[in-house]
Write a protein that binds this ligand. Structure first.
Ligand code: PNW
Length: 494
């Protein structure tokens, strides 16, 4: 099999011209390849060279505190809205909770060893607010701080850069009892907590993200009610919740900068990934309008420090109440923008007042185990491109991307998740196009390192590139993990 020979890393990473490749190929052919036509067979390997990422591209994986840690009553941790919600009958698949999850609170060293075996350069993790301030405010809990310092030290010892998310949805229950994100005070409390954590970690963590997916935790938690705290508020109240959340982000940016001017600050936003249905000028222009408008209450207000006219007009009496000072805080400049991208939202031009329309996915649209997880690899090209064009963003990361497969270990215990490989290969191909065109995406974090607690879907949906047997906590790298390892080793789409 000539391909085995050419999958060797040393060979592929050589900057090699087509002509010298042909020469080399010819000599190798003499040594031992049985069949012709040789040039044709090796052509795909040659193209790998064109699919490389720049040197220093940061390959990472992502997890979140409540989804992996477990140990919910340990070392003084307070309760979060997810403890409450997941224990309420009928709220999660099978009644699953994050009480144990991946037990990463105890097994973090094993997890870091998995990261190292894959060759990861960076790890995105989140801090559980109720481990630091069990009541949300007041006296800090030293044991909680100790845990994250231990985790970060273990990462650094293994040459892995920590990227710290300060809020991945586990709001202290004590604050929810006082109104949660319906209360403006929560934004202030969050900024205090963010500044405090930064002061404890900034000697070893250089990249912070304020919040993860503001759209998800506000709309799912306070709108549809399928996530904690499970409320279904009216439109006006929900708009106010969203305003308090982006305000919390902005105030946190300021608090972080005040305590640690040297660290880099961003967020992880699940931007509505507006994608031109056809790569043609009118569609691209429509997708750009859509990118700004569909993200009006999230990335747009954070990038521009203002809500769009159309957003406010459409909400009418339900528009959020805000001050100019709040908008200024919300628009605090960032060092980077993190994009969580799983799906594409296809756009076409329209003569309506917005100038575009979203195209609903036909029923036949391919998706993964989660019906929402439709396959739209071009989003990993178009979102960074449009975000850069709209707001002149200087640095971006893909802070989440991944898929849930129907992972079933075979008789040898292997998980051969070829569909996840297909997903990753295609998305990475489009990301590589973006990077090759000079769009400043500096790194990519695969969701997720491990199968973990998938919120209301419990343990039913698996997003890991590592399989977790939740009975024994045994971790086994899936075939997609092997694939990702190869991507990282060769710094290329393979
Ligand atoms: C993200 N949707 O959540 C979160 O940041 C992760 O915690 C989560 O595990 C991961 O994606 C996979 O779901 C999302 O319904 C949850 O469109 C739901 C949606 C999108 C993202």
């Amino acid at each position: 099999m000539p391909f085995t020979l050419f999958s060797k890393r040393s060979f592929l990473t050589l900057p090699i011209s087509r002509r010298s490749f042909a020469r080399l190929a010819a000599s190798v052919a003499v040594i031992g390849t049985p069949t012709a036509p040789f040039a044709e067979q090796t052509a795909p390997a040659l193209r790998v060279d064109d699919r490389r990422f720049p040197e220093g591209f940061l390959w990472g994986s992502a997890t979140a505190s409540y989804q992996v840690e477990g140990a919910v009553t340990e070392d003084g941790r307070g309760f979060s809205i997810w403890d409450t919600f997941s224990h309420r009958p009928g709220k999660t698949y099978n009644g699953d909770t994050g009480d144990v999850a991946d037990d990463s609170y105890h097994r973090y060293k094993e997890d870091v060893a998995v990261m190292r075996a894959i060759g990861l350069k960076a790890c995105r993790f989140s801090v559980a607010w109720p481990r630091i301030f069990p009541q949300g405010t007041g006296a800090p809990n030293q044991k909680g701080i100790d845990y994250y310092q231990r985790l970060v030290d273990e990462l650094l010892r293994n040459g892995i850069q920590p990227f710290c998310t300060l809020y991945h949805w586990d709001l202290p229950q004590a604050l929810e009892d006082k109104g949660g994100w319906q209360s403006r005070d929560t934004a202030e409390h969050f900024s205090h907590y963010a500044g405090f954590v930064t002061s404890k970690l900034s000697d070893r963590v250089k990249n912070f993200m304020t919040m993860n997916e503001i759209r998800s935790f506000t709309e799912l938690g306070y709108g549809s009610g399928i996530h904690a705290p499970g409320l279904q508020l009216a439109a006006g109240q929900l708009a106010q919740v969203k305003h308090h959340a982006v305000l919390g982000h902005g105030l946190a940016v300021q608090a972080i900068r005040a305590v640690a001017p040297g660290v880099r600050v961003g967020l992880a936003d699940n931007v509505e990934a507006c994608t031109p249905a056809i790569e043609a000028p009118s569609y691209i222009a429509a997708a750009q309008l859509a990118m700004r408008e569909e993200n009006a209450s999230y990335l747009t207000v954070m990038m521009e420090g203002r809500y769009t006219d159309l957003y406010l007009k459409r909400l009418g009496k339900d528009a959020p109440r805000f001050t100019a000072a709040e908008l200024k805080a919300i628009g605090s400049p960032l060092d980077f923008v993190g994009l969580n991208i799983y799906t594409a939202t296809y756009i076409h031009p329209s003569s309506n007042e917005a100038g575009y329309e979203r195209i609903p996915n036909p029923n036949s649209f391919p998706h993964f185990m989660s019906p929402w997880l439709t396959v739209g690899p071009e989003a990993l090209y178009w979102s960074p491109r449009l975000v850069q064009q709209l707001w002149n963003v200087k640095e971006m990361y893909i802070t989440e991307n991944g898929a849930d497969s129907d992972d079933k270990p075979n008789h040898e215990g292997q998980v051969l998740d070829t569909d996840r490989i297909m997903y990753l290969r295609n998305y990475l191909g489009h990301l590589q196009r973006a990077v090759a065109e000079g769009i400043p995406v500096r790194g990519y974090f695969c969701w997720s390192l491990l199968d973990n607690y998938e919120w209301a879907d419990g343990y039913e949906k698996r997003f890991g590139i590592t399989y977790v047997d939740f009975k024994t906590q045994k971790r086994t790298l899936k075939l997609s993990g092997e694939f990702y390892k190869e991507v990282i080793a060769r710094n290329a789409v393979v």
